[in-house]
Design a protein around this ligand. Structure first.
Ligand code: BEZ
Length: 324
């Protein structure tokens, strides 16, 4: 009897330890503020993972750059100090130039087309080298709409952008674009943008419609140039080290759920982008709608630079042509 009890206790302890070994409290970092679509999607992912894993897994979401900027979070993912992130493809493209092809000006005709490109097999295949190249697993794409320009002064032509201190997200494709335009691109992380525009530290910003509207950047501007000049993809990332420590079942569950929730952000922008732009156009600020011709030969210059930097450019262009 004593022997049987001992065996039962040992079995119970073994079961407890094996469950504990599989239960994880994941930390997910992002730079967007709590009400942002990406942050809400991260929260929804965590809630569904907790539910689907029967409470074994949980996700603590750290928004607003609480864990550092994106470059720092990418390093943390590499070491396994951070488990997961919803990150701009812009940041990852600083390490993997092939991802820079997404920023080919006017690769997408409109936001729905951008969504189709991001959902293509060609786009997904660009995530495959990430574990080997950066030590992270990319499970799928999200987005933050298309890029626009907000300026403190009047902008009626690309000439008016020349010499402007123009805030950009810190990544090379957009730097090359504004350099080609003769502006003075000023890399600046998202949380610093509002004050920089308000106090005139920058003359203009490169931004998406959601944040121009929600964070009221338009209040400190004279002109909104609705240019739709680039898409702005996001990627759901898991630390390669953390991924390697997961069971096959957990990888499948986490990969599928995270991919679905980052993808849901594409639907959110498809649904809401037009409404934000309409509200911005109704603010009384000068609202200029332009297309590729506005940017003159800057687009050709960009194409020439990136033809050698990103071999994926051709395949993404082909995909764009096939998903019109
Ligand atoms: C930006 O750098 O402009 C940005 C970053 C994340 C989400 C949206 C915008």
């Amino acid at each position: 009897m004593k022997h049987m009890l001992g065996s039962l206790v040992a079995a119970a302890m073994a079961a407890t330890f094996s469950m504990a070994a599989h239960a994880e409290e994941f930390r997910l970092g992002l730079i967007t503020p709590p009400p942002h679509i990406w942050t809400k999607a991260a929260g929804a992912f965590g809630a569904e993972l907790a539910e689907k894993s029967g409470g074994a897994h949980s996700v603590s979401v750290f928004p607003s750059r609480q864990l550092g900027n994106e470059a720092e979070m990418l390093q943390q993912l590499q070491t396994g100090a951070l488990d997961m992130a919803f990150m701009t493809v812009a940041e990852v493209s600083n390490r993997v130039p092939n991802l820079g092809a997404f920023y080919a000006p006017y690769l997408a005709n409109d936001i729905a087309h951008a969504g189709r490109i991001l959902r293509s097999d060609a786009a997904k295949s660009l995530l495959e080298p990430l574990p080997g190249q950066v030590g992270v697993v990319g499970v799928g794409y999200g987005m933050a709409g298309l890029r626009q320009i907000v300026s403190r002064g009047q902008v009626n032509s690309a000439e008016d952008l020349k010499g402007l201190k123009l805030r950009i997200t810190p990544f090379t494709p957009i730097l090359d674009f504004y350099n080609a335009l003769g502006a003075a691109p000023t890399p600046m992380p998202l949380p610093a943008v509002y004050d920089a525009l308000a106090n005139g530290q920058v003359d203009a910003i490169d931004m998406d419609a959601e944040l121009i509207w929600a964070l009221k950047y338009y209040e400190h501007a004279d002109t909104i140039v609705r240019s739709n000049h680039m898409m702005f993809p996001m990627v759901g990332l898991v630390s390669g080290r953390v991924w390697a420590s997961l069971s096959a079942e957990d990888r499948a569950m986490i990969g599928e759920l995270m991919a679905r929730h980052v993808d849901s952000t594409i639907d959110s922008y498809l649904e809401k982008e037009a409404g934000w732009l309409e509200q911005i156009s109704g603010t009384g600020k000068t609202y200029v709608e332009v297309d590729a011709s506005f940017f003159g030969d800057a687009i050709e210059q960009w194409n020439a630079i990136w033809a050698t930097k990103a071999e994926s450019l051709d395949v993404l262009r082909e995909t764009a042509a096939n998903t019109q």
